[in-house]
Design a protein around this ligand. Structure first.
Ligand code: GLN
Ligand code: ZN
Length: 758
């Protein structure tokens, strides 16, 4: 009889209660030794493996664990250490490993950037001036460990050569093909040792295959995998893709490997099978359970999908698994003791997803009837949640349907609005402001946790927040800023704060996922219909405005950012959820305006990063994003000024959509790339007002006036002074008070000088 196997691609590293984070941070602060760190993390790693085995997964990944990041792990495996760090060759010492990731007193850290379209960040490999060679076979060590300690014949996981090289940076002009040739023998060395040690399956992650590669690049890919296959013919190599459908399916599916892993949740992979079939000589690892989301799978739907898949691949060549590594979801819902059972019943974190995979595998192998009880439980839980009050808000659904074109457009075009706004605010040329948050000192965090723990009353906490606001209104007045902010002292996180105050969200207790290094985030869960129920930010903004004659900007997180940084229900289209969030924010914007706040900033730092990997989906996403932003902001009077803010990214491709948001003013974080960014706006003759971060807030150094003058003057070469605002980059909440005040003073002085010169 055919045994259908279950598999998984990767497991969360952080531990159910973030034990991993604690271990790392204790090591960094010097309170535990390297040996203690390694012992503790080994315990976590083995626990993770043991759990996967107990749940009943057949192909358990090893080597997916990391002390920081799997891309950095791959770099150091090949001795790729930037020359600014001391490194004498051989196995890279742990201190050097962490220094590359975090910087040290002598050298700055490597760049960190987002892993495809996730909120996970990897450390960018730097290929300049290094000759890669295999200095440590990490997958082999993990493979041996699992075998020895737990008797698990694991499936080693490697970041594939093509993806690794594509994610790396180098200033040289070595062609891609040559770099691939340089790395191929190193991968072969790793794989040979794995084969010798007894590994049967190896997973080589190539998520980059979800993007188009050129014909020449594909030739190099084909050559590399052919060489690998010839060197280790006995290994069952899986080329694993995820996050989207494969872009060049014909080429990728023809690679000489044993198996191909495809994501059947994101992107229309099933259509590829329908159109082109699946190669007869390969095993398919079908990623049918969403590895990026926290909702329970509808097992019936998944079984139909698996039926459809089986019309292209027979059972004996089928392995069932999640759509991606479970790195992107929290560990287990077992830990959630405060959630309503109706909600809990609809959730599935990493462990629960693995159980779903086990059930699906059994059904495919032995027939649906063998999991009849599980199917029934699954159906009941989902029906209960779908029919619950959380998902049945007919008013919201109706309101959104009834929105007309004029509801989502400002009453007048920008050229006309800006005149009304200038009249209202009467700001000087080159107005100065900040992006919203002001230093969140230890005292602010302490007062908040006291209140959360019930050690102070809500009134005491609110009074504390008010005192902070007053103090900083005075400071901003004294510095001489033109447009003030209340400072966001009441917010821990710019999405969670809104999640707590809008209907349709829940915040979990332990729903943490790794964002970068030891840093974890706890995205709110959007489980139901999203609706405004109470003013969110009005109190603080109105209080701040009452203290000054200068305008105070209201400060909201935009709909796209809230969507992209949450776990979004998957029973209705994502864009519908987006519109609901937008509609709730529209209400908030109107409340602010009604209460005398006539400048409102709607932050969209996550707009760019949500851009789909698949080129053909981008327009749909951008149009939906623009539409949502306009739902939120279009109902205000002409002389109410809408601001937006975005963090640094490559804007060239989305500049038209940015303009279509129709925000009166946009501020952009640019410290990392002045020149490039301005060109995006200049080339496209952006017609609305712009503020570019004129100094990098990430450094404690107070910038000099000359430096700021230079930065401002550089911007003014391409941007009209009438259109230009002067502000620092976002994120002042991470700085201390003294530095912030000193730097803002210099900024205002520089602005005054340049203003006088115009
Ligand atoms: N208003 C926020 C701040 O100033 C914006 C944060 C962000 O851009 N991510 O910090
Ligand atoms: Zn920003």
């Amino acid at each position: 009889m055919v045994k259908v196997q279950s598999s998984t691609i990767g497991y969360p590293r952080i531990g159910g209660k973030r034990e991993w984070k604690r271990a790392l941070e204790s090591f960094w602060s010097g309170s535990i030794s390297e040996v203690e760190l390694l012992t503790k993390t080994k315990e976590i790693r083995l626990d993770n493996l043991r759990k996967q085995k107990e749940i009943g997964i057949d192909l358990i990944p090893v080597g997916d664990f990391s002390l920081y990041d799997h891309v950095l792990d791959t770099s150091i495996m090949f001795g790729i250490v930037p020359t600014r760090f001391e490194y004498a060759g051989g196995k890279v010492p742990l201190d050097t490993y962490f220094a590359i990731a975090r910087g040290n007193k002598d050298a700055i850290a490597s760049e960190m950037t987002k892993w495809f379209n996730t909120n996970y960040h990897y450390i960018v490999p730097e290929l300049d001036n290094v000759t890669p060679k295999l200095v440590e076979n990490r997958p082999l060590e993990f493979y041996r460990e699992a075998k020895k300690e737990l008797g698990i014949n694991g499936k080693p996981v490697l970041l594939g050569p093509i993806t690794f090289i594509k994610l790396a940076k180098s200033s040289g002009d070595t062609p891609f093909e040559e770099t691939v040739e340089q790395f191929t023998p190193l991968y072969i060395e790793v794989l040979k040792e794995l084969a010798e040690a007894g590994a049967e399956w190896v997973q080589i992650d190539e998520p980059v295959f979800t993007s188009e590669l050129s014909a020449n690049e594909h030739k190099a890919v084909q050559k590399a995998y052919t060489a690998i296959h010839e060197a280790v013919p006995s290994l069952k190599i899986i080329v694993q893709t995820y996050f989207e459908k494969v872009a060049n399916y014909a080429e990728v599916s023809a690679l000489p490997v044993h198996a191909l892993g495809l994501d059947f949740v994101h992107g229309n992979t099933i259509e590829l099978l329908q159109k082109f079939g699946f190669p007869k000589d390969k095993v398919l690892l079908a990623g049918v359970v969403d590895g990026r989301n926290v909702w329970k799978s509808d097992l019936d739907v998944k079984l139909s999908l698996l039926d459809e898949i089986q019309s292209h691949v027979e059972k004996d060549r089928l392995i069932i698994q999640p759509s991606s590594s479970l790195l992107h979801v929290p560990v287990s819902i077992e830990l959630e003791s405060k959630l309503d059972n109706v909600i809990k019943g609809g959730l599935s974190f990493a462990d629960e997803k693995l159980l779903e995979i086990v059930h699906l595998t059994k059904a495919v192998q032995d027939g649906k009837e063998t999991i009849a009880t599980e199917l029934e439980e699954n159906k009941n839980a989902l029906t209960t949640l779908n029919n619950s009050k959380y998902r049945q808000n007919v008013v919201v659904k109706g309101n959104i349907k009834n929105l007309t074109e004029s509801d989502v457009n400002r009453a007048a075009p920008f050229a006309e609005r800006i005149l009304a706004q200038r009249k209202r605010f009467n700001l000087p040329l080159l107005p100065t402001t900040t992006i919203g948050s002001l230093p969140q000192t230890a005292e602010v965090r302490k007062q908040r946790s006291k209140w959360r723990r019930g050690e102070s009353t809500a009134e005491q906490y609110e009074q504390f927040i008010k005192d902070q606001i007053s103090k900083w209104i005075d400071i901003q007045e004294e510095i001489g800023l033109d447009v003030l902010v209340h400072g966001e002292f009441e917010r821990t996180d710019m999405v969670e704060y809104f999640g707590e105050k809008i209907d349709g969200f829940v915040v979990s207790q332990f729903g943490w996922v790794q964002s970068y290094g030891s840093r974890c985030v706890k995205p709110p869960l959007i489980l139901g219909d999203v609706a405004f129920s109470q003013p969110i930010t009005v109190k603080e903004s109105v209080f701040a405005q009452s203290l000054t004659k200068k305008p105070v900007k209201g400060m909201l997180t935009g709909p796209v950012t809230i969507l992209n940084w949450s776990f979004v229900r998957d029973d209705i289209p994502r864009f519908e959820v987006l519109n609901q969030i937008a509609y709730a924010l529209r209400h908030e914007v109107e409340e602010l305006e009604k209460n005398g706040i006539h400048m409102i900033q709607v932050d969209e730092p996550a707009l760019r990063e949500g851009l789909p990997l698949n080129l053909s989906d981008r327009k749909g996403y951008l149009d939906a994003a623009v539409h949502a932003f306009k739902i939120s902001t279009a109902s205000v009077e002409n002389d109410t000024q809408i601001h937006t803010h975005m963090c640094y990214s490559d804007f060239n491709e989305i500049i038209d959509s940015i303009s279509a948001l129709d925000a009166d003013v946009i501020s952009i974080e640019v410290s990392r790339s002045h020149g490039e960014l301005i060109s995006a706006f200049e080339k496209n003759t952006y017609d609305k007002e712009i503020g570019l971060g004129v100094y990098d807030i990430h450094s404690p150094r107070v910038p000099s006036k000359d430096e700021l003058r230079q930065n401002i003057n550089r911007a003014l070469k391409t941007i009209n002074p009438n259109q230009f605002w002067i502000n620092p980059d976002c994120g002042l909440k991470t700085r201390n008070e003294e530095e912030t005040i000193a730097a803002l003073k210099v900024m205002v002085e520089a602005a005054k000088e340049i203003r006088a010169e115009q």
